[in-house]
Ligand binder design. Structure first.
Ligand code: ADP
Ligand code: NA
Length: 330
């Protein structure tokens, strides 16, 4: 059986350096060895309130970011989730097989719903079932997942197993996590104990793929550090999460080992390192944001790319849904 990847990101806010280094950059590498389906998961975005115009724009922008980062929409399938209604249909079928107890264990729902559990939407609660449908609909064999999605992928495997036992042995392959050698976890520029996130209220906490060179330089200049000079060794990063984060970003963007970067700046002033980090970030992200702007200037072309991707996705999804119907007696 051929190896097939499914992955997606929600179209909420701009993508940031964490999304790039932790996800999209790795997807670019996967294109060579896998059949890849990259989705803009707009149905998932609806699990929290969205402004319709902003959602539509963000959907195009995430698609444009994928392409600007180097994902080829001809070689791979690139589309937005709502354009293939089969996702929601399979989500319903799988939801009927999913015990509430499994969903009650999901830590992300507990975090996102907080104390307002009764006010959280049903969609936020059943989100992992829709995510299982996204993956199983294409008989995806591998899913690149960050730490935060591991539990949801486990659930997708459990749901596939439950379906197979009840309706047909091995109809849905159990998707495997696709792990990357050095998974980069990018932390907030304002607080080294929090990950860089789309939902952080401070825009200074993250480097967006849409930021221009001046904005990048300003955000890095303002990034939190401490009073000590640059560390002399990897051990010297203990208890210095902000320094560790900036050095890790440098290492990831330059494709150099962390120890080598630390060696190059040992004992120097932070301001010197920060200036170099700005230049490096601009060198990597600048061409990407330029390409992103070009793509966003032609929304009709982006819509055509997404529509063509949706057609190709639907060609795979329809027979899988039909077979699922047959197996379930529909
Ligand atoms: P979504 O809500 O669409 O999943 P996220 O921003 O939470 O959006 O994550 C999208 C992808 O980017 C996931 O694969 C996630 O692991 C990765 N990601 C998000 N934030 C970071 C970060 N700070 N560092 C590394 N990877 C990240
Ligand atoms: Na997430």
């Amino acid at each position: 059986m051929s190896k097939r990847i499914f992955s997606g990101i929600q179209p909420t806010h701009h993508l940031h350096l964490g999304n790039y280094l932790g996800a999209v950059r790795n997807w670019v590498k996967l294109q060579a060895d896998f059949e890849c389906i990259f989705c803009v998961v707009d149905l998932h975005a609806l699990t929290v309130p969205q402004d319709p115009a902003a959602l539509l724009k963000a959907t195009r922008e995430v698609a444009a970011t994928y392409i600007a980062a180097g994902i080829d929409p001809e070689k791979n399938i690139l589309f937005n989730q709502s354009a293939v209604p089969t996702h929601a249909t399979l989500g319903w079928l799988l939801g009927c097989l999913t015990p509430l107890g499994w969903l009650n264990r999901m830590t992300q729902f507990k975090e996102k719903a907080g104390k307002q559990r009764d006010n959280a939407g049903l969609g936020l609660y059943s989100y992992p079932v829709l995510m299982a449908a996204d993956i199983l609909l294409y008989h995806a064999t591998h899913v690149p997942v960050g730490e935060d999605q591991k539990q949801h992928l486990e659930l997708a495997r459990d749901i596939a197993g439950a379906f197979n036992r009840q309706f047909g042995e091995e109809f849905f392959p159990l998707p495997e996590p696709q792990i990357f050698g050095a998974a980069t976890r990018v932390m907030s520029l304002r607080d080294g104990s929090k990950k860089m996130s789309k939902s952080d209220e401070s825009d200074y906490s993250r480097l967006n793929v849409t930021d221009d060179a001046d904005t990048i330089a300003l955000k890095i200049k303002k990034a939190k550090t401490d009073i000590h000079p640059m560390p002399e060794s990897v051990e010297g990063l203990d208890g210095r999460p902000e320094a560790a984060n900036l050095l890790n970003i440098y290492a990831a963007l330059s494709d150099k080992p962390l120890a080598e970067v630390i060696g190059a700046y040992a004992g120097k002033e932070f301001s010197v390192f920060k200036r170099d980090l700005s230049d490096l970030t601009v060198a990597v992200m600048g061409p990407m944001s330029e390409r992103l702007n070009q793509l966003m200037a032609d929304p009709a072309e982006l819509d055509r790319i997404l529509a063509r991707g949706a057609e190709r996705a639907q060609e795979i999804a329809t027979p899988v849904l039909n077979k699922t119907y047959d197996l379930m007696g529909l």
